[in-house]
Design a protein around this ligand. Structure first.
Ligand code: GLN
Length: 465
């Protein structure tokens, strides 16, 4: 598959038409999507019609993503199109407006090619909680693509779309990127508008792009980022500027106390990355993130709490699935809310429990205090280094159905990713090395607030090594 930036260059000069670019994606979809189930719906006619309109524009008016197909995670609003969050609850919901990121993609002449499968309401790490079937990893069909943005990562890895958008609340862009061998970023909280993203845990959610390489990721982030009056948590800063990504004079910290018992392939990749970067002049320092080990339990308390509150609106009366034949009010709730799958129900129950007045002191409020000390760990770390290097996930892509019966080990696959959401800092996952089964290993760089430029530069320095 061509890189997004090459498509743009060719479409802008007329060396290739946007229609040809769309046709290539459609051919790949036809070939691979039936097996991998990455896209839940393909907007074929519409994409071709849009491409024709872009081709009809004078060349100099074609935008920064002219002719580039984008797969949109199915929790981002695209007006007039179904947005199901891979749930029976919203199976028939049609978006009534565009998310800000969608507005920006369209203004840049990108072409939204379809809805990417995901874990139901973005809850999961393997894409197996989707109500519309799991996604299979295009690199090995017996394995999961990671989650929750598994469809987005698989679409890029399969050459279905050069860019996909995902959402990351605890690692859902980065971990699937690692499992599928692509690049994914969780931008600084507030870098990208959340307007039009179905909320999971609003204080942690960020939209981020997945691409085949770093350069394309930079291009995608520069289009979707920037101030937005419709999201009060969005930064007032201008969009991310690609020019600032330089590797000179960087110091990277490795938090040894947080990286115990690494899987051998992951440990080997980490050491090799250190050597490669050192050979390019990057300095390394051992650092400590003493409270990062508490990130995971604290995350699951806060994320479930916010989810139980955010998902309360789906009662079938105002929003969501409406069952037939309910006898009375209670029966209405029971029948309508039954449209949620088991993982979503579990989290709503856990969240409602930990937010309840009898328990909030012991769980939710304590977890928020843990968040504060983790944030302080990062602030201290970034007073001495420019970036922090960790693996993205403890393992490479595991087998489908493997972790279904052991939730704790599934939750543990977010061990290294959740601290970024808790601290609000950016983190990028990039493929580096392979394990004994030839599956990609993903490494992760954390950056200081709004310093995506540095972590992109580091990730780019590992490419092709
Ligand atoms: N896998 C994590 C979870 O299940 C993260 C999800 C996400 O980032 N949306 O909560």
């Amino acid at each position: 598959m061509m890189k997004a930036r090459d498509i743009v260059r060719q479409v802008k000069t007329g060396a290739m038409t946007a229609k040809q670019a769309v046709r290539e994606c459609l051919a790949q979809i036809e070939k691979l999507n039936p097996q991998i189930n990455a896209l839940l719906e393909v907007f074929e006619e519409e994409a071709l019609a849009r491409a024709a309109r872009i081709d009809a524009k004078p060349a100099e008016q074609r935008g920064a993503l002219a002719g580039v197909c984008v797969a949109l995670k199915d929790n981002i609003e695209f007006e007039g199109h179904t947005m199901s969050c891979a749930s029976r609850m919203l199976a028939n919901y049609k978006a009534v407006y565009n998310a800000t990121v969608v507005e920006r993609l369209l203004a840049a002449d990108a072409i939204i090619i379809g809805r990417a499968n995901m874990d139901e309401f973005a809850m999961g790490s393997s894409n197996e909680t989707s109500a519309f079937g799991p996604v299979k990893n295009p690199l090995d069909l017996t394995r999961v693509p990671g989650g929750s943005s598994g469809g987005s990562a698989a679409a890029v890895a399969a050459g279905i779309a050069p860019i996909a958008l995902g959402s990351d609340t605890g690692g859902s862009v980065r971990q699937p990127a690692a499992f599928c061998g692509v690049v994914g970023i969780k931008p600084t909280y507030g870098r990208v508008s959340r307007y039009g993203l179905a909320a999971f845990a609003s204080s942690l959610d960020q939209i981020g792009p997945l691409t085949a390489d770093v350069q394309d990721n930079i291009l995608a982030l520069s289009v979707i980022s920037g101030a937005d009056k419709k999201d009060s948590t969005c930064t007032a800063r201008p969009p991310f500027a690609a020019e600032d990504c330089k590797i000179q004079n960087l110091t990277v910290g490795i938090p040894l106390d947080f990286l115990r018992d690494l899987n051998p392939a992951v440990a080997a990749a980490l050491n090799k990355a250190k050597e490669v970067l050192q050979s390019k002049g990057v300095k390394f320092k051992d650092i400590s993130l003493p409270h990062a080990k508490y990130a995971l339990p604290a995350y699951y308390i806060v994320a479930c709490g916010e989810a139980s509150s955010n998902l309360a609106r789906f009662d079938g009366l105002r929003y969501g699935y409406k069952a037939q034949g309910a006898r009375d009010l209670e029966d209405t709730y029971l029948k309508n809310r039954a449209a949620f799958g088991p993982e979503v129900k579990r989290r709503i129950m856990l969240g409602a429990y930990s937010l309840g007045s009898a328990h909030a002191q012991d769980y939710y409020l304590k977890a928020k205090k843990v968040f504060a000390v983790i944030r302080r760990d990062f602030e201290l770390a970034f007073s001495g280094v420019d970036a922090v290097l960790t693996p993205c996930a403890p393992t490479t892509a595991f087998k489908l159905n493997d972790k279904n019966r052991d939730l704790i080990s599934l939750y543990l696959s977010d061990l290294y990713t959740v601290p970024a959401n808790i601290a609000g800092v950016p983190a990028v996952s990039a493929p580096f090395g392979r394990d004994a089964d030839n599956l990609p290993v993903g490494l992760q760089f954390y950056g200081n607030y709004f310093e995506e430029n540095k972590i992109y530069a580091l990730a780019a320095a590992l490419e092709g090594q």
